[in-house]
Design a protein around this ligand. Structure first.
Ligand code: ZN
Ligand code: FE
Length: 253
């Protein structure tokens, strides 16, 4: 399974997934068609599937044109069929779906939008988390509420630690600055920041991250941790209140 991040718009990533054995190709969240077409032409491969994590324009913008050119099938959340352009196959929470020889499990993770899903490749341990979990961050809460978003992040936290995390945007550097502001003596975070700075200086993507790294360094995944609660002077507060506080701080960062 080969995964290639394709930078789109200003800071979006679409991902080309290519399974060499079955010669199956998919693209996750094509915000525009042109960069995807260029890549496929260069590699001389066709597109079989378009996978959408959620309905926002910067994740579905290339759907219709790519479908027209390649006759690709569009896969998304059943509950969002009315707002994912060109959708062919609607999948439900926990449903499994075959991509070539691989199995994808759909995990419904509402909060950023109500119909947001994660595509989890079970055997390969690869998760496409869209705008729900970013490297060192999480998405803004547009349609859901904080409880929902926290519950969704907790679902992702239960995946195997070695899971590779491919997210929807290159926000990592700015996210790291935010995490460092409120979680400043976290050594794992400091180490991760050094790696990020290096990648940034070479103009390389900071994706994928790993769930292991995120659990140690992403402040939004640490809202249940005592040491973080103490840092935020919220020692005996519920996880969800700590999460809301951190999300609010990030909104005005
Ligand atoms: Zn979005
Ligand atoms: Fe987005």
């Amino acid at each position: 399974m080969q995964i290639t991040p394709i930078p789109c718009l200003t800071d979006n990533y679409a991902y080309i997934i290519y399974d060499n054995n079955s010669k199956t190709t998919g693209v996750v969240d094509p915000s525009e068609s042109q960069p995807i077409i260029s890549f496929l032409k260069k590699k001389n491969i066709k597109l079989n599937y378009i996978l959408n994590t959620h309905h926002h324009f910067d994740h579905i913008g290339g759907n219709i044109e790519l479908k027209k050119i390649y006759n690709a099938q569009i896969i998304g959340f059943e509950g969002d069929k009315h707002r994912i352009p060109g959708i062919d196959i609607g999948l439900e929470n926990n449903q499994k779906w075959n991509f070539g020889n691989s199995t994808i499990k759909i995990i419904h993770i509402p909060g950023h939008t109500l119909g947001h899903i994660c595509f989890f490749f079970e055997r390969e341990k690869i998760a496409f988390t869209g705008d729900t979990l970013f490297s060192l961050g999480c998405g803004r809460i547009f349609e859901g509420d904080h409880k929902q978003m926290l519950a969704s992040l907790n679902k992702i936290k239960k995946l195997p630690r070695e899971t590779k995390i491919y997210c929807g945007h290159e926000y990592t550097y700015k996210n790291a600055e935010f995490c460092l502001k409120y979680d400043n003596n976290n050594n794992d975070l400091k180490k991760k920041f050094e790696k990020i700075k290096k990648l940034k200086s070479q103009n390389l993507p900071t994706v994928p991250s790993s769930l292991e790294d995120e659990l140690k360094s992403n402040i939004f995944l640490r809202c249940d941790q005592k040491d973080l609660k103490i840092k935020l002077s919220m020692k005996n507060q519920e996880d969800f209140k700590v999460f809301k506080k951190v999300r609010d701080l990030k909104d005005s960062f």
